[in-house]
Design a protein around this ligand. Structure first.
Ligand code: NAP
Length: 304
């Protein structure tokens, strides 16, 4: 049976030259459950100690529908202020462009302010990757590109990415940018397979974008599947997990990493042990047969 290659120990973020770990850790849920800066610091250390040095946050993380906008960034900012040496040990990514109560705002004034506010909350002078969280269809990509190019030129942002963009939206923004995009962040998991066939990953490979997979466990659903289809996906993952002595979640991360676009799964757990466990995904081997078995289970119908 033909084996797919193992993921490399590091990947390069698009064409940026920035080396990142092939697995990221996400902080969407960091500012929940009364977590203190000390708790957050323990999670940051758990990720770094496991070799997971690519950290993803967003200005809206912490927002619960009523307030809390910026809370996850601010908590990480406290961690970085208390232990300044940590900043150099991570590749720090954040996002902006969702402004409650409005859905999305990528007007020039708002974007400039959003980037500055993120740096202030994070207590850093730059981030390594700044991503537009969701597209604002009322913003002209040329105007957005001008603001983002300025942010890179000023040194506030080292590289640029998008999230939840269609292929055409990605291409349009990239067309107007001098500093081309280096990443895209769609939802991808064994339960969410649309980007394998809708051209997003093909475009990422063509443009040299690093795909970052959000909710790689389907927001946790993969750990407790409910529908017959989701249980079938879990069973296909379990076959490989059991054969290689890893958990289903590790098998899920590694399934994404086996794709030739170089997908970086963003671990969403806020549990130190589960974050560290994710690093085991680097050593899971997939055959074409086993990989496609997961895809077919997710499709629910055989391949043609
Ligand atoms: P996920 O990995 O699909 O789900 C994580 C959830 O699963 C956590 O609540 C976790 O709880 C739970 N879980 C249960 N058992 C687990 C196990 N054995 N191992 C690991 N997790 C387990 O990811 P996600 O949190 O939905 O998203 C991951 C990251 O993607 C976010 O942090 C964020 O950076 C990014 N994201 C981006 C967007 C976007 O629009 N760009 C949207 C959503 C998320 P415990 O914490 O208790 O382990």
């Amino acid at each position: 049976m033909s084996e797919l290659p193992l993921p490399p120990a590091t990947r390069t973020l698009g064409h940026s030259g920035i080396a990142v770990s092939p697995i990221a850790w996400g902080m969407w849920r960091l500012a929940e459950n009364g977590r203190t800066a000390g708790d957050a610091a323990r999670l940051v250390h758990a990720a770094l100690d496991a070799g997971i040095t690519f950290l993803d946050t967003a200005d809206i993380y912490g927002f619960d529908g009523a307030g809390g906008f910026g809370d996850a960034e601010a908590l990480l900012g406290e961690v970085l202020a208390a232990e300044p040496g940590l900043r150099g040990q991570m590749v720090l990514a954040t996002k902006g462009g969702i402004l409650p109560p409005l859905p999305y705002d990528q007007s020039a004034d708002y974007l400039r302010k959003a980037i500055n506010d993120s740096l202030t909350r994070l207590k850093v002078d730059h981030v390594d990757l700044w991503q537009i969280h969701r597209p604002d269809i009322l913003a002209h990509p040329q105007e957005v590109a001008r603001v983002l190019d300025d942010a890179v030129a000023s040194g506030k942002v080292r590289s640029l990415g998008v999230s939840n963009f269609t292929g055409a939206q990605t291409a349009a923004l990239n067309h107007f940018l001098d500093r081309k995009l280096v990443s895209t962040q769609p939802e991808i998991s064994p339960l969410r397979i649309t980007c394998f066939e809708n051209g997003e990953l093909d475009q990422a490979m063509m443009l040299g974008l690093t795909p970052m997979a959000w909710s790689p466990l389907g927001g946790g659903l993969l750990t407790a599947p409910e529908s017959a289809r989701d249980k079938a996906v879990a069973a296909a993952l379990d076959t490989v997990a059991q054969a290689q002595g890893v958990s289903r979640t590790v098998a899920a991360y590694s399934w994404l990493m086996a794709h030739p676009a170089g997908i970086i799964p963003i671990i969403g757990s806020q549990n130190a042990g589960r974050i560290a466990e994710g690093a085991a995904a680097l050593s899971v081997r997939w055959t074409r047969q086993d990989w496609y078995a997961v895809l077919v289970a997710a499709r629910g119908v055989p391949l043609p």
